[in-house]
Ligand binder design. Sequence first.
Ligand code: FAD
Length: 390
Amino acid sequence: MPGKRGSQPGYDVIVVGAGPAGSAAACECAKSGLTTLCIEEHGTVGYPVQCAGLLSNAAFGECRVSERSVLNRISGARIVTERGSGLQIDAKTQKAYVVDRGALDREMTEAAAHAGAEFRLKTAVYGVHETAILTRGVHGHEEIPFNILIAADGPRSTIARLLHMGRAKAFLAGIQADMSYECDPRFAEIYPDASPDFFGWVIPAGKGRVRVGLCGKTQVPERFAAFVKKFGSNSTHLVTGTLPLGVMPRTYGHRTLFVGDAAGFAKPTSGGGVYTGIRSARHAAAVAVAACEQGRYDDATLADYERRWKADFGRELEIGFRFFEMRQNLSSQDIDTVILALNEPEILSAIVRYGDMDRPGVLVQQLLKKPALLRILAPLLKSGVRSLFS
Ligand SMILES: Cc1cc2nc3c(=O)[nH]c(=O)nc-3n(C[C@H](O)[C@H](O)[C@H](O)COP(=O)(O)OP(=O)(O)OC[C@H]3O[C@@H](n4cnc5c(N)ncnc54)[C@H](O)[C@@H]3O)c2cc1C
């Protein structure tokens, strides 16, 4: 049962959004004994899907779910360019899962509900009035008090807008189609030329199905139409979404902690946001628990959240964003040069050994130790990456 604040029922923590970050935060808060309410504007958690469903082993582990949502297992990647150069990285052991995101999100929500979090579906938050949120939905209009608010409301975060918070540095648009297409189910394919701002992908999702998509800054529908036609015209499910890159300037304030895509935590190298989203949610929950125990909700108390996520993955996101910026200046020809330079047995084995989808900085550090590679890459990458490690 919710706790009482004055004459109105209130909650220790209200989480806005029941994506993976919101459910993880709600689960941790409820497990710690906080009265927790999670509010989701849709009637079904996990839909519409806005994801390719590719999760590293570590990211899938962070979800703490069964393997019910698993559709395929990935052990490597292929980079395919229009100019004919290519690269195959084969770890020969499972590196990632392809999941049904709808099913995964629902299982995470069920775990949070089981831990004691309350859920209110088909209810949208449209206002924050000091220490209460304003909602409209199946329960009509409500004003619900909170001690701590966790904003897990995704890339378009209403809460960030209502509280006049700074936003992520860049927003990419993404489109993806589910299609019948035969390819080697062990490899995720990356197509840099499909989107010069970012990249295109083909993710094998099991049973002869693939997810063909791309993210980019400009001309996204046109580029997607040109890309997808190479794989047929039998799409049965279309996904569109927004990818926020470059963390918002401040991830706390006004008794609120911003987690997941609401904070801009998607990885700028891959667009993956589940790993960092869930980890940020657990840091936020730990800070919310401490704040509620002490009865202190001021910025000095909440600043601990930013210290925690920065110590965990802040540097990776910073390095990733530098790569994203460099990528904007790489031509097709530059990418071929990079691929040719990487396509050496010694480099490929370093990629297999140190490559980590969630922490690519480790691999970059290793590659920067290879003088032959540096000689080729330095003119393209300028001094940007090196300076991050100095
Ligand atoms: C095309 C595309 C492909 C992607 N592929 C991958 C991938 O393969 N792997 C990966 O790790 N990541 C991928 N991502 C990123 C990933 O989907 C997100 O990073 C992840 O979903 C973020 O989780 P979240 O819980 O922060 O936000 P979301 O999953 O966006 O959840 C936010 C929730 O908040 C709810 N909400 C929003 N506003 C309100 C409101 N006012 N009131 C109540 N509820 C509200 C929404 O309905 C939603 O359920 C992809 C993204 C895109 C666009």
